[in-house]
Design a protein around this ligand. Structure first.
Ligand SMILES: [Zn+2]
Length: 262
């Protein structure tokens, strides 16, 4: 990733960019990383989803801007839907109503400045933006795209990782070992096991209800982190950042009328 000190303020990151840069090269795509702050087994930081979403957004923006795209990455929204984790110390839950209000204000603000393409870079599986995006697009002529970074390049996921999981697992631990190794305390990790539902038919495909997280996942992890390495994290991160860069580039180049852009 690019170093800030060598290159000065990166114009594609709003928190670093100055007004001169924004006026000289106005963006037409905004990227909003949106995560959550929650326990990730005993070994990863509460901010894991935010570190991941921000890092993917920043690296993808760097690559897309290098190819000529006009992108700005906004500061992240650090809280998400944690309704099933409120028994875990210091966990803040943002309701869907709160998320809708935030999205509405972001879209209204950006549209006034001529930015009519928004990407939500989601880092938290408990966030679900589909309904919010449908509602916001009905109100505003803005193209809103959701990227769940962990659903990008499923082929790369299976190529790199052997252990299934969806929280503080081999994938997330490897990515954090790549991005922020000083924050990973792997020796403290629990096994990341899941207690199966007693109501067995709820476990089948096509049927969904949220997991009561701390009872379903006693150490809060879902999936074993034991085989995680920084090298696996780097390979996977590069694959998903490059896929996200393609989305950013295509959106920045799109013309109104290019489906699905109205
Ligand atoms: Zn996570």
């Amino acid at each position: 990733m690019a170093s800030t000190r060598e290159s000065g303020p990166r114009r594609y990151l709003l928190s670093e960019a100055n007004y001169r840069q924004m006026l000289d090269e106005p963006p037409n795509v905004a990227v909003l990383p949106w995560g959550a702050t929650e326990a990730h087994n005993y070994h990863l930081p509460y901010g894991t989803d935010n570190y991941e979403a921000v890092a993917v957004a920043e690296e993808a923006a760097r690559q897309a801007v290098e190819r000529g795209a006009k992108i700005v990455v906004l500061p992240e929204i650090p809280y998400g839907n944690n309704a099933q984790q409120l028994d875990q110390v210091a966990t803040i839950h943002f309701s869907t109503t709160t998320a809708a209000a935030i999205l509405e204000d972001v879209v209204t603000s950006l549209k006034r400045q001529g930015i009519d393409r928004l990407v939500i870079m989601n880092g938290h599986g408990g966030n679900n933006f589909s309904g919010l995006v449908r509602d916001a697009q009905l109100e505003h002529e803005v193209l809103i795209v959701v990227i769940n970074f962990y659903d990008l390049r499923i082929d790369a996921f299976h190529e790199v990782f052997a252990e299934p999981g969806d929280h503080a697992d081999e994938m997330e631990t490897s990515v954090m070992l790549h991005l922020r190794p000083e924050l990973v305390q792997l020796e403290q990790a629990g096994p990341g096991e899941r207690v199966p539902f007693k109501i067995a038919s709820l476990g089948q495909s096509g049927v969904w209800t949220p997991r009561p997280w701390s009872r379903s996942h006693p150490d809060t992890g879902s999936g074993s982190p034991a085989d995680a390495t920084a090298e696996k994290g780097e390979r996977y991160f590069e694959a998903i950042a490059s896929a996200a860069a393609d989305v950013f580039y295509d959106l920045s180049s799109a013309q109104r009328g290019d489906l699905p852009y109205v």
